[in-house]
Design a binder for this molecule. Structure first.
Ligand SMILES: [Cu+2]
Length: 232
């Protein structure tokens, strides 16, 4: 390559960089416009804690709302209520947890041990009424698994501001959370598993009480399946 063509190459590289820089403006503007875009997210739900459960979830998200969501799960602890949530944290990995997060090495992942992976609850997927994180353990308003299965669906769930979901563990606004979920950072988790298979969530086993609420057994709150809600 002669000197002249090197100079030409240099010039075209500069032109390319300039074009890229110029393009950055409109691209950013377009990104903020995508806030209003409605996207369909799906998640493949895989077992945690050896539950043997599985499932799928679909969520249609537009503006600051889940227009429609459905969860289909099977292999869960039969005939028991299952808390289910969308988790997200700006500081989280926005993934399903692995046993690397089993900090006390007891061989099971508790809900809190999974938080560095999936973050706090941002939407509680209750069957009726309130769907804010305040309802995250209201077991009277969660699906009950008939023979280990259920099909859940609900429309028009508003995102809300959530403490702990934002930057540095601060407040996440409804808009920030909705945008992050649209970007594939929401993690759907179904909780509850009967480790000793005695047919109910009970305290009288090594797991004892839930770290989240001493009035509930750990079996009622430990995660059973998990999947990331992504656009495919
Ligand atoms: Cu949860």
């Amino acid at each position: 390559m002669n000197r002249k063509s090197l100079v030409a190459l240099g010039a075209s590289a500069v032109a390319l960089i300039a074009a890229t820089t110029l393009a950055a403006g409109p691209v950013q503007a377009h990104e903020s416009k995508s806030d209003e875009k409605t996207v369909t997210l799906t998640a493949k739900l895989r077992q945690l804690n050896g539950s043997g459960a599985s499932g799928t979830a679909t969520a249609v998200v537009g503006d600051q709302k889940i227009k429609h969501i459905e969860v289909h799960a099977k292999g869960l602890t039969p005939d028991a209520p299952h808390a289910q949530h969308i988790h997200f944290g700006k500081q989280a990995e926005n993934e399903c947890p692995t046993l690397k997060l089993d900090t006390n090495k007891d061989g099971r992942l508790t809900t809190l041990e999974g938080v560095p992976a999936y973050g706090p609850v941002v939407v509680s997927l209750n069957t009726t009424g309130d769907t804010t994180p305040a309802s995250f353990l209201d077991v009277t308003r969660f699906p009950v698994s008939k023979d280990g299965k259920y099909n859940y669906s609900r429309n028009n769930i508003d995102f809300t501001d959530v403490a702990g979901a934002g930057r540095h563990g601060g407040l996440g606004t409804a808009k920030q959370i909705a945008d992050a979920i649209r970007d594939g950072k929401g993690v759907l988790v179904i909780h509850g598993q009967d480790y000793d298979k005695n047919g109910k969530y009970n305290f009288s086993n090594p797991e004892g009480a839930s770290e989240l609420n001493p009035n509930l057994p750990a079996e009622a709150t430990d995660p059973a399946v998990c999947g990331v809600l992504e656009e495919h």
